[in-house]
Design a protein around this ligand. Sequence first.
Ligand SMILES: [Mn+2]
Length: 446
Amino acid sequence: MFIVFAMKGKNINNFENRNFILIFFVWSYGLNLYFYTIYKYETSSMKILHTSDWHIGKRLGSVYRIEEQRTVLDEICIIADNQAVDAVVIAGDLFDTYNPSVDAVELLYASLKRLTNNGSRPVIAIAGNHDSPDRIEAPNSLARDNGIFLFGYPKTEYSAFSNELPFSVRKTAPGFIEFVLQNNEKLRLIVAPFANEHRMKEAFISEESMGLVDSLQNFWRSIAQEYCDKTGVNILVGHHLMLPVSNQEIEEPDNEKPIQAISELLPTSIVPPQIQYVALGHLHAHKIVSHSPLSVYSGSICSYSFSEAHQKKYVSIVHCVAGKEAEIEKVELSQRRELHRVTCASIEEARAWLEKHQNCYVELSIHTDMFISPVDIKSLHDVHDGIIYVIPLVNQEDGMEAEAAQDFSHTRSIDELFTEYFIFKTGVEPNQEIMSIFKEIRSEKM
Ligand SMILES: [Mn+2]
């Protein structure tokens, strides 16, 4: 007689907290029973939530969207809890400006704190090109005791410490941190906040003759060689333009401070081979830029310009097992307001569209024979609270447009054009004083 049975469970002692499968073989020979047991450990996978480009405090036109951002960040905290992630990584552009408002700062800190789930998981955030590196790092002495780790510069280093939290920081180096999580698994992060050319040169001054791309490659490789073996999960988090060499086409977000001009494009080939996942920030659309290693822009959390209208927004849930390739699933964010770019044939058609599509932001282009009157504009705003721009498309007969353009560029003086523009914006003619200021500025420029 021969019996095999298996059981699955969890091994909990001081050293291990891993899933295992036990397989029992039982056989008999005459009256003697023999037992044979095999333990097979399954390495459990680590789950990391990757998000970026929060741009807290960003306006759309004149609309301040912090309440919408509060709702979406609340949704992200709920996703982190429901998915029971082991760590959270935020890849830059936390704020929209160097000097965010007090309520933007409050919302960032409250969200980071909630993401730690009462200090039970580390939350790691880096500065993007919209962030002031000093401002991002300022709360560090308070933040780290709550499980929050903020990196503003390429060579920021934490000192190793252990405290009341259920995870610890075991090893650190400039631009590197290793956590030992609750289940004793190791999470290593190479941390690459955005740095403009000046900051890059400052950080890598001795290697300057090599060029910044080579310097970064050498810097990351030496970290990876020293700290990133196959006994832990190895991740690089960065706010850079990073692409496979073959794919140089890139569209940076509208109204974004471009980083292509001031920082070199980084090929994914410079990522050290030990790295299993590259968590990127800067591009606002979710994008997998490479599969080897898996390199992903998680995308912004809201649509921040009309070029992002109709884009879906996500956070990434990254499944990592030490020594294996990472996998991601994306979770759509549903609580944000949609952006729409709409063209209508008339005011009536625009009003009908607006009545049907509430709770969104709209850029409305309307065909009209003349400029749209203030009364009509008000009638649109009366039925919708999310109109950001109204663009009149003045119907012209064939050929008129070209003539008008020529008229604009050749036959009219700059003072005439300014007067016309001033009337268009304010409804009144500029007085003598305004005209003389305008002339003064104009002569300075010339
Ligand atoms: Mn950015």
